[in-house]
Design a binder for this molecule. Structure first.
Ligand SMILES: [Zn+2]
Length: 204
């Protein structure tokens, strides 16, 4: 995948939460056939989500040629985290408890994630700070933290599954009257609106 393709790929962060956007956008990662393309997509997403800088993207980009095994393991890690986060939130949107197995995997990530946070004294007071990243896998930690924080927050009851056909995206409904129905009104919302419009007009 060329650098141009990478730059022209724009992710719509509509989930309202970092871990949900991650789960949504990585849902169809296997549509990209090569590990190189998948890696490019993940790096592009991470940059657009504000997890890594362009300088980091350029640095990690070379791993694909030099350390293909490392890239393969990173992609496995991405998919494992995505499946875990998605399964947990999906179960909750359907009124079910998440599977213990999924919670167990998430907790493995949580232990690692919070083991890499420190308290730093800044001009704005005390802040959480990440221990400096050493590998591309380390850059996934904010996603784990975001999932853990959402799971333990009052906003959890606001996680929804988009009812759009073949969609499967999750989102956080933060509207005052809890009325958000679609992942994106311009996308799934529009398809259904157009279908209902046709139905109405065909029956007239
Ligand atoms: Zn949708």
């Amino acid at each position: 995948m060329s650098d141009l393709t990478r730059k022209s790929t724009t992710f719509h962060m509509i989930g309202g939460n970092l871990s949900i956007d991650f789960a949504n956008h990585m849902l169809r990662l296997d549509h990209y056939s090569t590990a190189g393309d998948q890696f490019t997509i993940v790096l592009t997403w991470m940059e657009q989500a504000g997890l890594i800088s362009n300088e980091q993207v350029q640095r990690y980009f070379f791993l694909n040629d030099n350390e293909p095994e490392l890239v393969r393991m990173f992609l496995q890690n991405v998919i494992r985290l995505r499946v875990t986060v998605y399964n947990i939130f999906l179960a909750l949107t359907q009124g079910n408890s998440p599977r213990q197995e999924d919670l167990g995997v998430l907790n493995e990530y949580v232990k690692d994630c919070y083991g890499h946070l420190t308290i730093a004294d800044s001009t704005k007071g005390f802040v959480w700070q990440w221990v400096e990243e050493r590998t591309v896998d380390d850059c996934l930690r904010p996603i784990v933290r975001s999932a853990a924080e959402l799971l333990t927050s009052e906003l959890l009851s606001r996680v929804r599954l988009c009812p759009g056909e073949h969609c499967g995206w999750l989102f956080l409904d933060t509207t005052k009257n809890r009325s958000r129905k679609w992942c994106d009104m311009k996308d799934c919302g529009n398809v259904v609106k157009a279908r209902n419009y046709r139905k109405r007009h065909n029956s007239e």
